[in-house]
Ligand binder design. Structure first.
Ligand code: PEP
Length: 244
């Protein structure tokens, strides 16, 4: 009998939360995970860099894992404002999001830069969550599959083992519009075809919430969810986390 891995449910807090908010949210989720038996999912919280150390303390012993929202591809040096993968590992991170569409859009991050960040993460024992996804214009032009396949080919380091891929259609992020399960299944199938390795989880992200999480998690090739807005409220995120 094949044992299905638990869904991976990652919360991307983006640029939200002061220390008190972050600790309250993390501790509410940590408490729920401690009390849950069996664990409903593999839960990862990705707070802003300023909160990583404090959140790590609160999550200790809860089974909830910590992730960064971005990293630099270099280990150290004159890169003002950046955080290295070694620094993330040092404060207890096990994951790091790379290539989020907001960084591709606002910081002109290319697939090559994303691949370098992912490789840096792997070299430090972190699991990169590599984000890909088409814009609305690209979808409307019938290019969604080709765009995403190309991003996967160029953003996932050679071999791909040890990574997680997140399909996040840009038009679904923070908009309340979710991709249909048919669209999700089609794109995830295409990503699986490129990866060719069954062990790499493929997450869906884009307005995932308590109302659609179960359906998304039941979609073929969906190994979990990357959640933005709904991860900022403990009850909403817990409902997503327990929907699988
Ligand atoms: C995200 O930013 O990764 C995301 C999926 O955001 P939201 O859930 O708010 O659409």
């Amino acid at each position: 009998m094949t044992v299905q891995p638990l869904p991976l449910i990652a919360g991307n807090w983006k640029m939200n939360g002061l220390v008190a908010d972050g600790l309250a949210l993390a501790s509410a989720l940590g408490d729920r995970m401690r009390a849950a038996s069996p664990a409903p999912c593999t839960m990862v919280l990705c707070p802003p860099a300023t909160l990583l150390g404090a959140v790590a303390g609160v999550l200790e012993g809860s089974g909830v894992l910590l992730g960064g929202q971005d990293c630099h591809s270099e280990e150290a040096g004159a890169y003002t404002g950046s955080v290295s993968t070694g620094m993330l590992a040092d404060v207890g991170c096990k994951f790091v999001i790379v290539g989020h569409s907001e960084r591709r859009r606002d910081f002109d991050e290319t697939d090559e830069m994303v691949a370098a960040k992912a490789a840096a993460a792997l070299s430090r024992g972190l699991t990169p969550i590599i984000c890909v996804g088409e814009t609305l214009d690209q979808r409307e032009a019938g290019q969604a599959i080709a765009v995403v396949e190309q991003q996967v080919k160029q953003s996932v380091p050679a071999g791909g083992s040890g990574v997680v891929v997140a399909y996040e259609p840009v038009w679904a992020i923070g908009t309340g519009r979710t991709a249909s399960t048919d669209d999700v299944a089609e794109i995830h199938g295409a990503i699986r075809g490129v990866l060719g390795e069954a062990a790499i989880p493929i997450l869906y992200g884009g307005s995932a919430n308590p109302g659609n999480a179960a359906e998304l998690l039941a979609t073929p090739e969906v190994g979990g969810l990357l959640v933005g807005g709904a991860s900022l409220d403990a009850e909403s995120f817990w409902q997503v986390a327990t929907a699988g």
